[in-house]
Ligand binder design. Sequence first.
Ligand SMILES: NC(=O)c1ccc[n+]([C@@H]2O[C@H](COP(=O)([O-])OP(=O)(O)OC[C@H]3O[C@@H](n4cnc5c(N)ncnc54)[C@H](O)[C@@H]3O)[C@@H](O)[C@H]2O)c1
Length: 372
Amino acid sequence: MIIGVPKEIKNREFRVSMTPSGVAELISRKHQVLVQRDAGLGSGFSNEAYTAAGASVIDHAEAIYAQADLIIKVKEPLPSEYSLIKEGQIVFTYFHFASSEELTKAMIERKAICIAYETIQKADHSLPILTPMSEVAGRMSIQIAAHYLEKGNGGSGKLMGGVPGVKPARVLILGGGVVGTQAAKMAAGLGAEVVLMDINLSRLRYLADVLPANVTCLYPTKSLIGEYLLQTDVLVGAVLIPGGKAPVLASRSMIESMPKGSVVIDVAVDQGGCIETCKPTSHEHPIFLVKDVIHYCVPNIPGAVPATSTNALTNASLPYLLQLADKGWKDACKQSGEIQKGLSIVKGKVVDAMLAKTFQLSLQDITESLDE
Ligand SMILES: NC(=O)c1ccc[n+]([C@@H]2O[C@H](COP(=O)([O-])OP(=O)(O)OC[C@H]3O[C@@H](n4cnc5c(N)ncnc54)[C@H](O)[C@@H]3O)[C@@H](O)[C@H]2O)c1
């Protein structure tokens, strides 16, 4: 199979979808890999490193899309990339369809085979390709929040952990999955007073056992969230309904009740956000204010630390890419329930029930697509 690795073009996205060692693995199985010139530079991988691994380095994305059977990316295709995608081409990347009807309709129109990293799911319900980026984003959310709490950066001027004799900052985390847990560990490690809320009671029980004593695990109700926000310095949004739009857990009036100079980081913005006042921002213009509350809503947070993120992403995506490349998408999906969960759109037909529901689109039975 011919596999294409185009350069990411989203704002300040420095990750690349495949490391040279991942390329070498594909080449050893007799696949051909086309890497766009300079695609890996942001992550520390030179064009020469890709050539040494066996890839062909190609100048323009157009030539890669024109030749490749499978395009592997990091972020969702942007409008300028839509028309490059060919009918029947496999596109394997983070799509986060629920946050963009435009992208969903564009992929239906292109008649591609869209396999979403973020909905590939193991039998235990974990999301193996989302997890590493959630680990990065969860950890980063707290270092970003600490930065914006500084007075010079517009914040209230509180130190996360306080000092002996002075209270620490209060951090509220909505969602206790991968992002929420990593954020809680980082905030607790800095000495903040942390509250983590999740509707999954068995998850809460587990977290209450393993997290440090300065993390309190609570079941969220609207009134409890409202009550806590009155005295919260940092709010982290980290909920997820796989494949669906995030539920809104904090309303505009709740956010406006937060102390002046407090910071909201809605990590769930890539699935539409779980905070009413959230709208997507970029690494170039990461924040905006809502009544003196700083909002940071960057949908590709891990893109800022590509040296870590690219390696973590390839570790997770490569085993699935190898199956797709070796077997073709149909057999890979038939033989692996995990990959089948990632199948979202097949040649113009939506096969992911949650996606069809989100935009009220007709749903094609997945087995029909696999038997066609
Ligand atoms: N902005 C970024 O750069 C970035 C990077 C990585 C992940 N993300 C996003 O972060 C979000 C969280 O990802 P994750 O890997 O932690 O997901 P996860 O599935 O591990 O965790 C989500 C948690 O949300 C909880 N939840 C669901 N509905 C809830 C509700 N109504 N109230 C409270 N909790 C609720 C679930 O029980 C679960 O524990 C996703 O939208 C993901 O795409 C964003």
